[in-house]
Structures are given as structure tokens and as C-alpha cells.
Design a protein around this ligand. Structure first.
Ligand code: ZN
Length: 159
């Protein structure tokens, strides 16, 4: 009976200490992400991404955000976001293709987004990018979950 109790306690404490995998990424006035790849694994129950804009320019001049989609959706989501304008953080309102995103932030600011790992599908290729107009062609990187295809971004660039 005592053993059963301990086992139950261990199960509960395991759930309670569920892993929030914290990732950090910086964006610069040179229109670059300093990290080309972010990686999470199936031990994460939630993913927390903090974007820091290490530049000095304001959001309306050189603002950046962090938007995560399937690799194949990057261009269409970025183009839809361009029309949405800065007031919508260059994201089309209600765009279901966006897995997770931060608002546009200016120099010196940070923003954090947290989402459950269940938002991601194993074996799918994901890419993060900045949806400010004209940025996504160079401001993007590979978001690796459970060894999703490592070549997807490169293939996309070759198009
Ligand atoms: Zn940007």
C-alpha cells in the first residue's frame, strides 16, 4: 500500500514538473536572426520562445517578430502578413497557418510566446521567420522538432 502511494506521488510530480523548453533568439538592426536553428524534442511539454531585438531602431523602422509555420507556408503567410500592416504585427488576423508568434518589437525590447508541444507534428518541417515586409527572405531559420527534415529551408531557398 505504501509502495502504491509512492508510485502515485512520482507520477503526479512528474506531470507537475512538466518541461517547458525555453529558447532564446535575437534579432538585429542588420535584419538578421543571430540563431539559424532552434531545436526542441518530445520531452518538452511546452515551448517558450523569447525574442530579443538587440538593435536600436524603433519598431516602425526595423521592428522584428518571430513567426513559426510549416516550411511550405512561409512565403504565403509572410505575404498575407504584409497586407495586415504593423497594427496587426504583419500577421493576417486569425491566420491558422501560424503555429506561434510574437508581436513586432523595436530595438531593446523582448517578447515571449509559449505554446504546447502538441501544436507541432513530428516529421513535419517547420521554419521561423520575421514577417516584417521584405524580411522573411533572409530572416528565417529552421525549427527542428523530432528530427524534422533538415533540408527543407535550403530547398525553399533554392526555388
Ligand atoms: Zn525583421
Amino acid at each position: 500500500m505504501k509502495l502504491l502511494y509512492i508510485t502515485a506521488f512520482l507520477l503526479v510530480s512528474r506531470v507537475a514538473s512538466a518541461d517547458v523548453c525555453q529558447l532564446k533568439i535575437s534579432a538585429t538592426d542588420q535584419m538578421r536572426f543571430e540563431q539559424q536553428t532552434l531545436q526542441v524534442d518530445s520531452q518538452c511539454t511546452e515551448v517558450e520562445v523569447t525574442l530579443h531585438n538587440s538593435g536600436k531602431l524603433p519598431a516602425n523602422i526595423m521592428g522584428h517578430n518571430w513567426v513559426l509555420t510549416k516550411t511550405g507556408d512561409v512565403a504565403s503567410v509572410a505575404n498575407a502578413g504584409m497586407g495586415a500592416g504593423l497594427a496587426n504585427n504583419y500577421q493576417k488576423p486569425g491566420d491558422k497557418r501560424i503555429v506561434a508568434s510574437t508581436p513586432i518589437i523595436g530595438g531593446g525590447e523582448s517578447s515571449t510566446v509559449r505554446f504546447p508541444i502538441t501544436q507541432l507534428q513530428a516529421g513535419t518541417s517547420y521554419t521561423y521567420f520575421c514577417s516584417a515586409p521584405g524580411h522573411f527572405s533572409i530572416m528565417k531559420g529552421r525549427f527542428v522538432y523530432n528530427g524534422a527534415s533538415a533540408n527543407a529551408v535550403a530547398k525553399n531557398e533554392a526555388k
